[in-house]
Design a protein around this ligand. Structure first.
Ligand code: ADP
Length: 237
């Protein structure tokens, strides 16, 4: 069995793989990563990745770029570009040239930004997608930088737009911000916890010309990629 452990800035994810199949997976907040590892579990089986990869037990630590590339290709060998929308940053990886760019400035285009909005509305972050689908009007939001976006949101609410319309507008602004980072491509794969928000997927789909794919369990792709890294090195021995 090979274990991929992805400890990111917001959540920790684990994937157990045996002969190319996922046999177990779990997600917890990052500070509770220890819950994912059994006492006495063989450290030699763990390939870690994510922001805290070097702080957790591991046999080998690999970058999120390597992990995402392996995980995405497992789902679709023809994926050209990966957009990984995590808790504190967004990474765009071009698999054709093995290059990437990262945005972690002022929470623009990250899960933290949407969490801020959800907190303002006092709703769970996982209801943002449903709210988006219920919008009836298009609200223009221009800012994606935390506090500025919130004050823009408030002025649209005061102006008479509904919470659903404003959330729709936020998702559009979010997607436009991310689109600036994305090179032209036929196939783009969305991964990371934030793409469990169907409003974000729809908004990115609307702003990009590319075919958009979302794998099953998008939040686990990097942990899966880490487990695959081990499988790959085992099989080449
Ligand atoms: P990281 O690897 O950077 O720790 P993840 O890829 O695990 O981050 O993504 C965490 C983000 O995903 C958080 O900001 C969280 O709010 C968001 N998220 C998780 N589940 C959902 C959901 N069902 N709907 C919307 N956002 C979600």
């Amino acid at each position: 069995m090979n274990i991929g452990l992805d400890v990111g800035s917001t959540t920790a994810k684990i994937v157990h793989m045996e002969t190319g199949e996922i046999i177990f997976s779990e997600v917890v907040p990052s500070h509770r990563w220890r819950e994912l590892i059994d006492d006495g579990q063989d450290e030699k089986r763990i390939i870690s990745t994510g922001y805290f990869r070097k702080k957790v037990p591991h046999f080998t630590a690999i970058t999120e770029i390597t992990a995402a590339s392996l995980g995405a290709r497992y789902h679709d060998p023809e994926a050209q570009v990966i957009i990984d929308i995590g808790g504190q940053d967004t990474k765009v990886i071009d698999l054709r040239s093995n290059t990437f760019i990262i945005n972690d400035k002022c929470s623009a285009g990250t899960g933290a930004f949407l969490e801020l909005a959800a907190r303002y509305f006092d709703i769970p972050v996982d209801s943002l997608g449903d709210m988006h689908q219920r919008a009836t009007k298009e609200v223009q939001i221009n800012n994606t930088c935390g506090v500025f976006a919130i004050s823009e949101m408030i002025s649209q609410l005061v102006g008479g737009y509904t919470m659903e319309d404003v959330i729709y507008g936020l998702h559009q602004a979010f997607a436009r911000r991310i689109a600036q980072m994305v090179p032209p491509a036929d196939k783009v794969m969305l991964i990371g916890g934030t793409v469990q928000n169907t409003g974000i997927v729809d908004a990115v789909n609307a702003v990009l010309d590319s075919k958009i794919e979302v794998p099953i369990a998008p939040q686990l792709v990097n942990a899966l990629g880490a487990a695959l890294y081990r499988e790959r090195s085992n099989s080449s021995r």
